[in-house]
Design a protein around this ligand. Structure first.
Ligand code: FES
Length: 102
């Protein structure tokens, strides 16, 4: 049943960092940009690289394999070689907890 699931606490993901989690059989990456949290599918749409091995670039995440970029807020592609976006998930903060809608 869809709903928000607690995935991490704020201390798990310091500002400027990201971490990968498995939630309900789905690999996701949660990114912290200036204490705003974003959750995306942790799989590049170009050649399936785990984008959590890449890095953050402002409000975008950069794939480690060939450098495609995706907007953290929407999952849309902003730089090739990927042409299709990746799934993004709604995030809710409850005190110190980070919850994600899967
Ligand atoms: S696998 Fe991500 S850009 Fe190629």
């Amino acid at each position: 049943m869809p709903g928000f699931v607690k995935v991490a606490t704020k201390t798990d993901i310091p500002p400027g960092e990201m971490r990968s989690f498995v939630v309900d059989h789905t690999q996701i990456v949660i990114c912290n940009v200036n204490n705003k949290y974003f959750a995306l599918a942790d799989e590049c749409s170009h050649d399936s690289a785990p984008i959590s091995d890449g890095h953050l670039d402002g409000d975008q995440i950069v794939c480690p394999r060939h450098g495609a970029k995706f907007e953290l807020l929407t999952g849309k592609v902003t730089a090739h070689p990927a042409v299709v976006g990746i799934d993004r998930y709604e995030v809710k903060i409850d005190g110190e907890d980070i919850l994600v809608m899967i």
